[in-house]
Design a protein around this ligand. Structure first.
Ligand code: ZN
Ligand code: ZN
Length: 211
């Protein structure tokens, strides 16, 4: 089932932690008819709801009865607003590559309009092995479009060279032979890496990161 209501999430329901046919009732609206997210310490939500929330439904998110704190490229979206990565971890400013690596990401993040921050906070997280992090481009958050495998890189690359394209759009470089070992048809039998793919809604380019 494709999720269609969200600017920054264009993926299947099963690529999010929301579950269809959950037996739970939403702690906010009491209903069971919309996909549910069982809340645990992996998610921080913001809500005016007075009671503790164990489960929250997609409808209530769409109706803005609660919102998510999200991690994004260069920082965090919190109840108090944008928290830059180097504000949360001040030692990062002392790093030798701060000005060429993290600072440009933080600059891009603070350039994003507040209304778009609100839209992303009203978007479900995507399922990630460790951390769902929204990438940015063209002064906006990018849209999560799913997890890509070798065939996706072949189709999306301009010249069919999957590895070259992967290296070009990867936000977290992991070494020259990473694609070959983790994603190519000759990948290692122990390959477990996941590529989270994003599309810029302005210029349509793709970027992504691996875990
Ligand atoms: Zn609900
Ligand atoms: Zn763009």
């Amino acid at each position: 089932m494709k999720i269609t209501n969200f600017k920054y999430l264009k993926a299947q329901l099963d690529q999010t932690p929301f579950e269809h046919n959950s037996k739970r009732n939403c702690s906010i609206c009491g209903k069971q008819d919309s996909p549910q997210l069982e809340l645990d310490e992996s998610y921080t939500i913001i809500t005016q709801h007075p009671e503790p929330i164990e489960s929250a439904c997609l409808n209530c998110l769409i109706e803005k009865k609660y919102a998510f704190e999200h991690q994004v490229e260069g920082g965090f979206l919190t109840e108090e607003g944008i928290l830059l990565e180097s504000e949360k971890f001040p030692y990062l400013k002392d790093s030798s590559d701060y000005s060429e690596n993290l600072l440009p990401k933080e600059t891009r993040l603070v350039a994003i309009e507040t209304s778009n921050v609100q839209v992303l906070m009203s978007t479900p997280p995507f399922s990630a092995y460790q951390e769902a992090v929204w990438l940015t481009h063209c002064n906006d958050f990018m849209s999560f479009v799913g997890n890509w495998e070798h065939d996706d890189f072949v189709v999306k690359s301009p010249d069919g060279n999957a590895q070259h394209y992967f290296d070009e759009i990867l936000a977290n470089y992991n070494g020259d032979d990473f694609y070959e070992k983790q994603f190519s048809p000759t990948k290692s039998e122990y390959a477990q890496s996941i590529f989270y793919a994003f599309e810029c809604s302005t210029c349509k380019i793709h970027r992504g990161y691996v875990e």
